[in-house]
Design a protein around this ligand. Structure first.
Ligand code: MG
Length: 389
């Protein structure tokens, strides 16, 4: 690959085109776009990316216009990661591509949909949303004449696959090796992973408060929120409740990102990796928080687990999501022709190759690709007209 339009000031341990492990299918380089930039552009132009706008993060899309969706979540993740990447001399184009693609494999209705589809697929190899994001970019997007999927660079795919069961990892060759050997991905991938956690921990506080499911008093007992909130109200005693919340969340993100930068710089200085392969060979990630901030981050995460993700209103949505996803899966599995023709044909050809598991995978790919509203309307049309969210 030719080095094109490169960000200046890349650190020696950053991912670069010249050290890239390349694409699955060989391609000519572009006259004026860099390779990781092409990856980002392909992701933005993909069908799966556009669907993220109608996929649940925590709140079902039509519950309100102001909650995060998978799309705005992905943009916030990319935003945080790019800031850090620029400070550390990492490859911003790569980190942005990974962040924008990291949730492409998410089912409708967030984690409830993923758990449901995983149960439906139990006898057929299961369903993992990270692995599904990889399937989307490797196989399911149908846009190019010369290859299936988006034919992204190894480093982008490495970052998208942030978790993977060992069983599935063994089938992924080079890309899955780190899950078997306990080694690390490049720093851009490590960064995208933590930027995801920073983004959702903080924006879920904002969304949870907006929905009235979280209470400020309770949140103030969580140290990270409590400290920032105290600081905001003492500095700005007269601002609106909404502005207090925004300033507090902004303060939390700032604090946690600054800590991440400081600790990561120390980790990099101590390990002093010469290049990306030395980063990969390490047994521990280099991108990380200080112990104190990590403890605060975990405390907030477990608070959200108890008070938001398991709030009865969210659990009620979980139950309905399960009926929709499981109902559609069994209907299409019993009758693949009920799916649009291209998916029905795919189920037939995968069944010839892989038996029932092939048919099940084609159905799972179709159901996973649905947006919340598409899944709901298919369910109402085919199964139960009375179900509402
Ligand atoms: Mg995410």
């Amino acid at each position: 690959m030719t080095e094109l339009a490169l960000q200046t000031g890349l650190a020696s341990y950053a991912a670069t085109e010249s050290s890239s492990r390349g694409r699955l299918h060989r391609e000519e380089s572009h006259p004026y776009r860099a390779e990781f930039q092409r990856d980002r552009d392909r992701i933005i132009h993909s069908t799966a990316f556009r669907r993220l706008v109608y996929k649940t993060q925590v709140f079902v899309n039509h519950e309100g216009d102001l909650y995060r969706t998978r799309l705005t979540h992905s943009l916030e993740v990319a935003q945080i990661a790019r800031t850090v990447a620029a400070q550390l001399g990492l490859n911003e184009q790569l980190v942005e591509a990974i962040c924008l693609a990291h949730d492409l494999g998410h089912t409708p209705f967030g984690h409830a949909g993923q758990d449901s589809l995983n149960r439906c697929m139990r006898e057929f190899g299961g369903f993992e949303h990270n692995l599904q994001s990889l399937r989307v970019v490797d196989e399911l997007e149908d846009k190019y004449a010369a290859f299936p999927g988006l034919n992204l660079c190894f480093e982008t795919r490495e970052g998208i696959l942030k978790h993977c069961s060992r069983r599935n990892a063994r089938e992924l060759g080079d890309l899955g090796r780190r899950f078997v050997e306990g080694t690390q991905p490049g720093l851009e991938a490590q960064l995208a992973n933590l930027a995801d956690a920073i983004a959702y921990n903080n924006h879920d506080v904002d969304d949870g408060l907006r929905a009235g499911l979280l209470k400020i008093d309770e949140l103030c007992e969580v140290r990270l929120f409590g400290d920032c909130h105290q600081d905001v109200v003492s500095r700005y005693p007269k601002i609106s409740r909404r502005a207090v919340i925004h300033e507090t969340v902004r303060g939390m993100i700032n604090q946690i990102v600054s800590d991440l930068l400081m600790q990561t710089r120390q980790n990099i200085a101590a390990a002093s990796p010469a290049d990306i392969d030395e980063v990969r060979a390490l047994s521990r990630p280099l991108i990380g928080f200080s112990e104190q901030v990590y403890a605060g981050h975990r405390e907030l995460k477990s608070f959200l687990n108890r008070k938001l993700y398991r709030h009865e209103r969210v659990l009620e949505m979980t139950k309905r999501a399960d009926s929709v996803v499981a109902g559609l899966f069994s209907l299409y599995f019993a009758d693949p022709k009920a799916m649009p023709k291209e998916h029905g044909d795919r189920a037939e050809s995968l069944e010839v190759r892989l038996g029932e598991a092939g048919r099940a995978r084609a159905v799972a790919d179709y159901v996973a690709g649905m947006t919340d509203r598409y899944a709901l309307s298919a369910y109402q049309r085919l199964i139960d007209t009375s179900l509402v969210f």
